[in-house]
Design a binder for this molecule. Structure first.
Ligand code: FPP
Length: 264
């Protein structure tokens, strides 16, 4: 797999990606990497292309980044593909974005299965068009027994909506006497979020120079390391991801304590 990737990038002789891979693999790999994939529109504009061309190119980046993440041993890769606020975009763009999961999975599902990747999703699936829902459900079904990296798409996802849903569930159970209000703690809240079965993100990356969270995993990112890069998502390649992991590995994570000042 590594050699194949290097041959494809024609860098077998340079060995730079190989060096970077070996380097990051010798240190702790972030178990869960979450990415806000931003900058598709600006990438297209710079080339006098319609915005949707940027999204299409961004889809190819999804493949590259999923492959390299899997290769270095990331356990969960969560990608913010469509937010609960993205419905406000022009209909043409929304329609295009809704077709991308289908196109992506039609093209690459075989490859994901071969690489033992499991596809999952967070977000409100019920509001997606039938064709989008079908593509995602099929990918989830066909990869459910894979035990490699989880490729987790956040589709029609919004952290506030997720927290409202969780709060309502817990309030309902408290009102019916199923739980006591004073039993509500972090673990219980975690278990009612859409990420219940996933570890918390260790590393959050946002591309394109924007420095905000845009309603993405607000609870779950409490102790993640943040990285904001100017690179536009369609230009974000394997070397960029590896550099982000190297940067993560140089950080000292203390989770509020004063111990463990050594970099991870
Ligand atoms: C934000 O960039 C990007 C999105 C809202 C969509 C992200 C979607 C993809 C990268 C493709 C997803 C692929 C699959 C397989 C689901 P923007 O359009 O806001 O960029 P701009 O800020 O430059 O305008």
């Amino acid at each position: 797999m590594l050699n194949k990737l290097m041959r494809k990038k024609n860098i077998l002789s340079e060995g730079s990606i190989a060096d970077q891979i070996a380097n990051v693999k010798s240190r702790q790999i972030p178990a869960h990497v979450a990415i806000i994939m931003d900058g598709n529109g600006r990438w297209a504009k710079k080339r006098n292309l319609p915005r949707v061309a940027g999204h299409h190119e961004g889809m190819k980046t999804v493949r590259k980044i999923a492959k390299i993440s899997n290769e270095i041993g990331v356990k969960v890769l969560t990608l913010y593909a469509f937010s609960t606020e993205n419905w406000k975009r022009p209909k043409l763009e929304v329609d295009f974005l809704m077709r991308l999961p289908g196109e992506f999975l039609n093209t690459y599902l075989g490859e994901l299965i071969e690489e033992n990747v499991r596809v999952e999703m967070i977000g409100d699936l019920s509001l997606l068009p039938d064709h989008t829902k079908k593509a995602i459900e099929q990918a989830i079904r066909k990869t459910k027994d894979n035990d490699g990296m989880i490729l987790n798409f956040a589709m029609n996802y919004g952290s506030r909506a997720e927290m409202i849903r969780c709060t309502q569930e817990l309030a309902k159970m408290a009102a019916s006497g199923e739980i006591k209000w004073e039993d509500i703690d972090e673990d219980m809240i975690n278990s009612y979020l859409m990420t219940a079965d996933l570890p918390e993100p260790d590393l959050l990356i946002r591309t394109s120079g924007e420095i905000r969270l845009s309603n993405f995993m607000l609870w779950q990112l409490a102790y993640a390391e943040f990285s904001f890069t100017d690179v536009l998502w369609p230009d974000f390649d394997e070397a960029c991801l590896l550099s982000e992991v190297e940067e993560f590995q140089s950080r000292s994570r203390r989770f509020g304590s004063v111990e463990g000042e050594e970099p991870v």
